[in-house]
Ligand binder design. Structure first.
Ligand code: TXA
Ligand code: MG
Length: 313
């Protein structure tokens, strides 16, 4: 059995140096022992991911973060107290024990505490942290359930730990602290509003297309079909050869098979939770292309629009 809820088995595969897909509240991760470079290399190979794209390390609690980094700014403690476990990744100076392969040679490691019971239990059963990028082939849409992982990686992983649908549905927000300011490296599950609520300090968004962090490459999170992004207010031209990803309102004239409504009540959090599923359905459909509507730029809506832009590039 390749897919299941067997935490013992997942732990054993990881101890043996294998790779296991793990559920998190954001998206599923493809995990290995972060302290074992041979195991970490298997992640890059399975995903076909260039080794210059660093991996996020997952730990059970704040004490473990202290174990793997040399320095934690007060602001990180403040934020972690309110927002962790949760979809927030901190870039912090790594200790020697974290292999260079995990950080692609960078001095900082991305580290977070995932908010998922199964994965937190799994982390209690092992005595090493888990390096885990999203469990999809490099550049493709991130998986938000076990079947998404199985669709593309079943033969390449040692086990898929099935923890149901990811509740947030979008990757973690990645931040670093520089001179008491928060630098946002990737928009994600924790919104700018939440960050400014808990840290009364300056926020800066780094919108780089940086080969050192391909999650920020202009083209990423992308379906195979051509995706066109339109503004929320734009009049839609209706074509039967197109699949529509719509924020709130359906297109009555069009078959339900050719459209996906992210949130009938217009809730950006619900839209985030369904976004990657919608993209996968659109990609599998018979349509020639995909038209996706931007969502309102509030809360997690910003992160949704960020992913859609990259998917459209
Ligand atoms: O929610 C998430 O963050 C999910 C789940 C599985 O935890 N993980 C995830 O990993 O999205 P991944 O590898 O698909 O995206 C991580 C991105 C990388 O593309 C890279 O841009 C950035 O995080 N990153 C990781 N470590 C970094 C580092 N040391 N310095 C700069 N950027 C880093
Ligand atoms: Mg990814």
């Amino acid at each position: 059995m390749h897919i299941g809820k067997d935490i013992e088995l997942a732990a054993q595969k990881l101890k043996d140096g294998g790779i296991v897909a793990i559920p998190t509240e954001t998206v599923y991760g493809l995990a290995a022992n972060a302290l074992n470079p041979d195991a970490v290399l298997k992640i890059y190979e399975a995903k076909n991911r260039p080794t210059f794209d660093p991996l996020i390390v997952h730990v059970a609690n704040l004490e473990y973060i202290q174990k793997y980094v040399t320095e934690i700014p007060d602001l990180v403690f403040q934020l972690a107290e309110k927002l962790c476990p949760g979809p927030l990744t901190f870039l912090l100076p790594k200790k020697e024990i974290i292999p260079d392969l995990v950080t692609s040679g960078l001095p900082k490691v991305g580290i977070r505490i995932p908010n998922h019971t199964l994965t937190l239990e799994l982390l209690q059963k092992i005595d090493f942290p888990l390096a885990a990028p999203s469990a999809n082939p490099f550049g493709y849409i991130s998986p938000t359930n076990a079947n998404h992982v199985a669709d593309q990686l079943l033969q390449k992983v040692d086990y898929i730990l099935d923890g149901g649908e990811s509740k947030i549905g979008l990757e973690s927000t990645i931040i670093s602290i520089e001179k008491d300011e928060i630098i946002i490296h990737r928009l994600g599950g924790i919104s700018i509003e939440e960050l400014s609520f808990y840290a009364k300090t300056k926020l800066e968004i780094k919108q780089h297309s940086n080969p050192l962090s391909p999650g920020q490459l202009d083209s990423h999170y992308a379906p195979k079909k051509k995706l066109i992004l339109v503004d929320f207010e734009d009049e839609l031209e209706i074509n039967t050869d197109t699949f529509y990803i719509l924020f709130q309102k359906n297109i009555p004239k069009l078959s339900p098979k050719n459209q996906f409504i992210l949130s009938h009540v217009g809730d950006v959090n619900e839209a985030a939770q369904k976004l990657f599923k919608a993209l996968r359905i659109a990609d599998k459909s018979n349509s020639q292309k995909i038209i996706a509507q931007k969502v309102p730029e509030i809360g997690i809506g910003r992160a949704i629009n960020d992913r859609l832009k990259r998917a459209a590039h």
